[in-house]
Ligand binder design. Structure first.
Ligand code: NAP
Length: 290
C-alpha cells in the first residue's frame, strides 16, 4: 500500500481518492476549495492545506484537475513539483491535451520525477464504482508501481508506451464521444421539429446494430431535461478545443462544428451542466427558425 497524494477532489478526483482509501492506501488530499475535500477527511484521508503539504511525503502523486491551467497552478506555480520526493511517481489523469502533457513530462523529468500520463475513460458513476478505464503511458519500469493504484480506481487499463500516448488516445476517444453527443442532440431536435417523439427514435434503434448504450443514457437526460453534471459541459468544450489543437492542419469539420455547438451552449449559460446540455444549442437553432 502506498502513500498517495490526490490533488483535485472534484466529480472524478473525489471518488478516485475514496476508492484509494477503500483499497487501504494512505491518502492525503488537497483541493483548491477545501470544503470539497473535507468529506474525505471524515473517511480517513489527511486533508492538506496546500498542494506542497500534500505531496511532501508522497510515493505517488495523482492529479485530477480541471485543465492544464489548474495543473500548472497546483503543481508548478505552487512549488509542489520541487517538493515531490525524487523517487515518487506522478500519475497525471486530468485531460490536458498533448502540448501540456509533453511539457509537464519534460518538467517532471528534469527534476527526476517519473511522469505517468494516465487519463481515464468513464464518468461520475464509474469513478464512484471504481470502474474507470485507464489509458496509461510512461516508462515501462513505472508500470508495476501504478498497478495497485489503477486496480483501486478502475476496471482495467492499457499501457501504451511512452508518456503522451495515453493523452493522444484519450483525445481520439473523446472526439468520438463529443461528436456523438452533439449528433444525438441534433437528432432529438430534428425529431421534435418533424413532430416525432425522440423516444420513438430510441425505440427504433434499440437492440439493433445502430444502437448504443450511450444514446439511451444521455438521451434520457435530454428527454427529462436532467442535466446534472457527470461530465461538465465546460470540460467537454475544453476537450473539443484540445482535439482541434492536437489535430493541427487536419480538417475535422464535424469536430469543428461540435466545438461551435459546445461554445453556443456554454454562452447560453450551460457550462456547469452535463455535456448533454449541448442539446440547448440545437434547440436554440430550431427555435430561431420557427
Ligand atoms: P470538476 O468536478 O470540475 O473538478 C475540477 C477540479 O479542478 C476541482 O478540484 C477544482 O477545484 C480544480 N481546479 C479548477 N481550476 C483550478 C485552479 N485554477 N487551480 C487549482 N485547482 C483548480 O471536474 P472533473 O469532472 O472531476 O474533471 C477533472 C478532470 O478529469 C478534467 O480534466 C476532465 O476533463 C477530466 N475527466 C472528467 C470526466 C467526467 O466525466 N467528469 C471523465 C474523464 C476525464 P475547486 O473544487 O476549487 O473548483
Amino acid at each position: 500500500m502506498a502513500r498517495v497524494a490526490v490533488l483535485g477532489t472534484g466529480i472524478m478526483g473525489g471518488p478516485m481518492a475514496r476508492n484509494l482509501l477503500r483499497a487501504g492506501h494512505d491518502v492525503t488530499v488537497w483541493n483548491r476549495t477545501t470544503e470539497r475535500a473535507e468529506p474525505l477527511g471524515a473517511e480517513g484521508a489527511t486533508v492538506a492545506a496546500t498542494p506542497v503539504d500534500a505531496v511532501r511525503e508522497a510515493e505517488i502523486v495523482l492529479t485530477m484537475l480541471a485543465d492544464a491551467r489548474a495543473v500548472d497552478a497546483a503543481v508548478v506555480e505552487s512549488g509542489s513539483l520541487d517538493a515531490i520526493p525524487r523517487d515518487a511517481l506522478w500519475i497525471q489523469s486530468s485531460t490536458i491535451g498533448v502540448a501540456a502533457t509533453d511539457r509537464l513530462a519534460d518538467s517532471a523529468g528534469e527534476r527526476g520525477i517519473t511522469f505517468v500520463d494516465a487519463p481515464v475513460l468513464g464518468s461520475k458513476k464509474p469513478a464512484e464504482d471504481g470502474q474507470l478505464f485507464v489509458l496509461a503511458s510512461g516508462p515501462e519500469d513505472a508500470h508495476s508501481r501504478c498497478e495497485p493504484i489503477f486496480e483501486a480506481i478502475s476496471r482495467g487499463h492499457v499501457w501504451l508506451g511512452e508518456a503522451g500516448l495515453g493523452t493522444r488516445l484519450k483525445l481520439v476517444v473523446n472526439g468520438w464521444i463529443l461528436c456523438t453527443i452533439e449528433n444525438l442532440a441534433e437528432t432529438f431536435v430534428l425529431a421534435q421539429t418533424l413532430g416525432v417523439d425522440p423516444r420513438r427514435f430510441l425505440e427504433a434503434i434499440s437492440g439493433g446494430a445502430m444502437d448504443m448504450p450511450y444514446a439511451h443514457v444521455k438521451g434520457e437526460g435530454m428527454l427529462n431535461r436532467d442535466f446534472s453534471a457527470s461530465f461538465p459541459l465546460v470540460h467537454a468544450r475544453k476537450d473539443a478545443a484540445l482535439i482541434l489543437e492536437a489535430a493541427a492542419d487536419l480538417e475535422l469539420p464535424v469536430m469543428r462544428a461540435t466545438l461551435e455547438q459546445f461554445n453556443r451552449a456554454f454562452e447560453l449559460g450551460h457550462g456547469d451542466e452535463d455535456m448533454s446540455a449541448v442539446y440547448y444549442a440545437s434547440a436554440a437553432g430550431a427555435g430561431a427558425r420557427s
